[in-house]
Design a protein around this ligand. Structure first.
Ligand code: NAD
Length: 476
């Protein structure tokens, strides 16, 4: 059956289609709408028209719709998890986790819808401002264009849809080519939850072609993009006066200091999860691990042992943690980067081989900071571990990166934790957690090439609203 476009609250038969294939079995998952520029234009017309209906809803009404959608998603959890597992080739346990998180993200959005408050401004602080009461309101912007990546095809869509609707906007989602199915299902679910028709449209298809329509149309007031830094930078350069949020990639680093001696096994087990969950195809995947030299050997042993136990297999198997990558091009690139590092002197501690359409969990050491596996985003099941003399060296290495999203530090030394927390050039510092840690209501955004602006429901709402000041002159 063909999965159509979603415009004006219903499924629309498309002019063209393309096939979504399961990356592990290479079987067809679905035949999906491959939208034309005209079809994207229809979605913009629909979202623009629906803005009036959204503006007419109270914040309480919007909260209710979001909460109803959360409840429906919870009821359909297994169905959504299976869809994610098939289109994104995500191990089913991780896919179920993604649905749970999406339910929460919707509930946070419902809560926040009721608390989009402004502030009182004492205008009489300025000479001539006496006799005025002034306050601010956060108004919805109108039509939001959302462009999303393959790796969290539900929760990262919800991170744009939830805040956009909470604020009273309408939205058009252009999902990743490989993973349009979860967002199409989500849109249907919102119609059942009572969202006005046209407030949430999904237009699958080619990124550059459909992205250009969103970017060129002045009715689209805001672009919210999650994806690779290359595309993010391109979008920003083409966005003109539109507001833009960019959530991009990283090569997240972790430091384990000498005071963590008693917890090395526990940290190694957590770090293995951080490095390999969903094949490392996570923007905050733990890619670089720096360990104090006094505990390096012990950590390395435990980390490599744990890595060898990581189960590789079919994504629909409950035990699988690593499976086929999203496509063969990724597999090829990652193998090339591993081989380049080894040829330039790196030591392969385990992995480094292809299996099915994936790669076995790989650990490298003796890396140069110029090796691609270190300085670029690997976005695969590969991690580097390196000894360091002290936390200053760790800090320098961690900051020696074009990226800056999450960083983790394990230490019992408060002074050191604070020094590093303030010195790290990243958006989020996690003390005594791996960098692969995100809760859906926390502020979340990158610095350097990792991004521009923030998500995390409350913070995304701020970036999807306009601040207006209203002054009342009572001495007139
Ligand atoms: P991608 O950049 O290839 O694609 C993302 C989206 O952009 C897709 O929908 C694609 O169709 C679209 N696109 C491609 N070219 C475009 C263009 N010229 N104009 C407009 N849209 C275009 O990314 P991907 O491979 O799907 O996802 C992986 C990347 O996403 C990684 O770099 C990862 O770190 C990043 N990511 C970041 C976060 C975060 O929150 N910071 C979260 C998840 C993924």
């Amino acid at each position: 059956m063909i999965k159509g476009l979603f415009i004006e609250g219903k499924v629309v038969t498309p002019k063209n289609t393309y096939t979504v294939q399961h990356p592990h079995t290479e079987e067809q998952v679905a035949e999906v709408a491959d939208a034309t520029e005209e079809e994207m234009q229809e979605a913009i017309d629909s979202a623009f028209k629906a803005f009036g209906k959204m503006k007419a809803l109270s914040s309480g009404d919007r909260a209710e719709i979001l909460n109803r959608a959360a409840n429906l998603l919870e009821e359909e959890k297994e169905d959504f998890a299976q869809t994610i597992a098939l289109e994104a080739c995500k191990p089913i346990t991780a896919a179920r986790g993604e649905v749970d998180r999406s339910v929460q993200t919707l509930r946070f959005s419902g809560d926040e819808a009721k608390h989009i408050g402004g502030e009182y401004i004492p205008l009489d602080a300025a000479k001539g401002g006496e006799g005025r009461d002034a306050y601010t309101v956060h108004e919805p912007m109108g039509v939001v264009g959302a462009i999303t990546p393959f790796n969290f095809p539900l929760n990262l869509v919800v991170h744009k849809v939830g805040p956009a609707l909470a604020a009273g906007n309408t939205i058009i989602v252009k999902p990743a080519e490989q993973t349009p199915l979860s967002s199409l299902k989500l849109a249907e679910l919102f119609t059942k939850a009572g969202l006005p028709n046209g407030a949430f449209n999904v237009i699958p298809g080619d990124g550059p072609k459909l992205g250009k329509v969103l970017l060129d149309d002045s009715r689209v007031q805001k672009i919210s993009f999650t994806g690779s830094p290359v595309v993010g930078k391109l979008i920003k350069s083409q966005a003109g006066m539109k507001r833009v949020t960019l959530e991009l990639g990283s090569n997240s680093a972790l430091y384990i200091d000498e005071s963590s001696k008693g917890s090395l096994e526990d940290i190694a087990s957590k770090a293995v999860t951080g490095a390999f969950v969903y094949n490392g195809q996570v923007c905050i995947s733990t890619q670089r691990i720096y360990v104090h030299e006094s505990v390096f050997e012990a950590f390395k042993q435990s980390f490599v042992l744990n890595t060898k136990d990581v189960p590789f297999g079919d994504p629909l198997d409950d035990n699988t943690m690593v499976t086929s990558l999203i496509n063969k091009k990724s597999q090829q690139r990652i193998l090339e980067w591993i081989n380049e590092a080894v040829e330039s002197g790196a030591k392969l501690l385990t992995g480094g081989e292809a299996k099915a359409n994936g790669i076995l969990p790989t650990v490298l050491t003796d890396i140069k900071s110029t090796d691609k596996v270190s300085c670029q985003e690997i976005f695969g099941p590969v991690v580097i571990i390196q000894p360091v003399k002290n936390h200053e060296e760790a800090l320098n290495l961690m900051n020696n990166s074009d990226f800056g999203l999450n960083a983790g530090i394990f230490t019992n030394n408060l002074q050191q934790a604070l020094e590093m927390a303030h010195g790290l050039e990243v958006g989020q510092v996690l003390v005594n957690d791996i960098p692969t840690t995100r809760f859906d209501h926390m502020p979340y955004g990158g610095v350097k090439s990792s991004g521009y602006g923030h998500e995390g429901v409350k913070y995304a709402i701020k970036e999807m609203t306009r601040l207006k000041m209203i002054s009342l002159n009572y001495r007139f």
